[in-house]
Design a protein around this ligand. Structure first.
Ligand SMILES: [Zn+2]
Length: 538
């Protein structure tokens, strides 16, 4: 018995170890910036890869230009252990490399401060996506004619599952990215930025060179492959720039793509109104059809058939189509410096839904969207849980729903005449977009400055705790009530519905500051639902 048990045990151990070898569920992005990462500012990435669709493998090199703040005799990059690194050159000289777990330590001759180039040659079988885009990797699919149809998703696990990089949201390549991707000759590569060149077929293969000059998040440095057709149009921005619109769709789906291009341009007008001009006017407004749910890949947002728009009265709407597009402003243009502040990009992109319905259906449409968003709030952990956190520590539904609801409340607290211009300027102010980053404190300072209110306690209350705003209504005698809040984080406006209409109060924290209300019906607190609150009636 015992021996059999031992045999079984060792077999089980072997099986687990073997599966874990290809299991990347532990892999996440960001966290506390390591000292060897913090001395390095990434300026540019070149990713040159050949994709073998038969063996489902990739091979090539990644080249990084970076500036060192301090001299160092070693460098650290992140790269999934699945890959084999064959050669590393720093400033064209070969170096010793140690690939441990998912970290790549390069032992270099002492490197001085200033600009350097590292070239890392590598190959391997990338992880397959389990549930893209959430559990990312490569998705090796086929269109209905049997042609390979491949997508890549890396946001939650980090770009290290595709290429060696500094896997932290606080550093984007300031001078952009070149992607040089070789695929079987009948296929097309859809990537970020501008298609610089497509090679002539050679040995049954073609190479596509995509280039972006903008800063870009690591998780948007990737590409999709299919037998694509391109549906084109031109969009004129709010500031009168002409931007090419390109939809890389499967050849059978060009009619659908042409329809979605029109929706994309309609949504662009709506989002520009609230967030400012489309951010990538020098490149394109791209969409790529992929065999999974869509993602916010910069200038080449992906689209999956599950996101097909549905008819809403006299207009069409797709939550996924709009949400991923809103990320061009919130995530791609304005990027959080740490995954601790993930809510800024997900919360405001979710809030974009309410703004869309405000445009299409007025305030009633906005309100009913916010009711739906509020219903999704779980409130188990604070939206902002600290600093230096990984995606795995911060990713949950509340960064979407409670983040969006927070913006909704903020609209009420500061008023429309402050909120909408400040929301737009958060995205257009030179302090935050493109090669800058922002945190929750930056958002607070921005709205405090715009409103003239000290909003720090308000931000902390709703984002850094799971508390609700408690409003108490006490009947003194029939027809007279006291309304107060013991825990309001600051003086707050509050609407009360009475038998003679809406009264606008200011709630000052503390029972002693209770406001007396006259009503022959029981007062309804915050009837439009601006606050994440609890009402206690006595
Ligand atoms: Zn999102």
């Amino acid at each position: 018995m015992r021996r059999i048990f031992l045999v079984l045990l060792s077999f089980t151990t072997y099986s687990i170890a073997h599966t874990q070898d290809r299991d990347i569920s532990y892999v996440t992005s960001g966290g506390k910036l390591k000292p060897l990462q913090s001395i390095m500012d990434i300026r540019h990435y070149t990713l040159s890869l050949e994709v073998d669709t038969m063996t489902r493998s990739i091979a090539g090199f990644a080249e990084k230009d970076f500036i060192l703040d301090k001299p160092s005799d070693s460098l650290l990059f992140d790269l999934l252990h699945f890959y084999k690194v064959t050669r590393v050159l720093i400033d064209k000289k070969q170096q010793v490399v140690n690939h441990m777990h998912d970290s790549l330590f390069i032992v270099a001759r002492p490197l001085q401060t200033g600009r350097h180039t590292v070239r890392i040659e590598y190959s391997g079988v990338p992880p397959e996506a389990v549930r893209p885009p959430w559990q990312g990797g490569f998705t090796w699919s086929h269109d209905k004619h049997g042609n390979p149809w491949i997508s890549i998703n890396t946001q939650l696990q980090g770009a290290k599952i595709l290429f060696p990089c500094k896997d932290h949201p606080s550093d984007e390549p300031n001078e952009g990215v070149d992607l040089v991707i070789t695929v079987p000759g009948n296929l097309t590569v859809a990537g970020p930025g501008i298609l610089i060149n497509t090679s002539k077929p050679r040995n049954g293969k073609r190479t596509f060179h995509w280039k972006t000059n903008y800063t870009i998040s690591n998780y948007c440095i990737l590409f999709n492959i299919a037998k694509y057709a391109v549906v084109r149009d031109t969009y004129t921005t709010i500031d009168h720039h002409k931007v090419p619109v390109e939809f890389y769709s499967l050849a059978d789906d060009t009619a659908m793509a042409a329809r979605l291009v029109k929706l994309r341009m309609r949504d662009a007008h709506i989002l520009e109104k609230y967030f400012g001009e489309y951010p990538w006017v020098k490149e394109k407004m791209g969409i790529a059809q992929v065999p999974n749910s869509g993602m916010e890949h910069q200038t080449m947002i992906t689209y999956g058939d599950t996101a097909a728009p549905i008819q809403y009265g006299n207009f069409e709407y797709s939550a996924n189509l709009l949400h991923e597009f809103a990320h061009e402003w919130w995530a791609n243009k304005v990027t959080n410096t740490d995954w601790a502040h993930f809510w800024i990009q997900e919360g405001i992109a979710t809030y974009a839904d309410a703004l869309f319905f405000r445009e299409m259906q007025g305030e009633a449409g906005y309100d009913s969207t916010m009711v739906g968003i509020k219903a999704g709030i779980r409130n188990k952990v604070p939206v902002v849980q600290g600093e230096g956190l990984t995606v795995a520590q911060t990713y949950n539904g509340d960064i979407y729903n409670k983040g969006a609801f927070f913006m909704h409340s903020l609209r009420y607290v500061v008023g429309d005449s402050v909120f909408f211009p400040a929301l737009k300027s958060l995205c257009t102010d030179v302090l935050y977009p493109y090669d800058r980053f922002l945190s929750t404190d930056d958002v607070e300072k921005h709205f405090s400055k715009a409103s003239g209110l000290a909003l720090k306690t308000y931000f902390d209350f709703f984002l850094k705790t799971t508390r609700t705003l408690d409003i108490e209504v006490r009947q003194l005698w029939p027809g007279t009530f006291l309304v107060y809040s013991d825990n309001a984080p600051m003086n707050l406006p509050l609407d009360i519905s009475t038998d003679h209409g809406i009264e606008h109060l200011e709630v000052i924290p503390g029972k002693a500051k209770a406001v007396k209300i006259k009503s022959n019906t029981w007062p309804v607190v915050d009837p439009r639902g601006w606050y994440f609150k609890r009402v206690i009636n006595y």
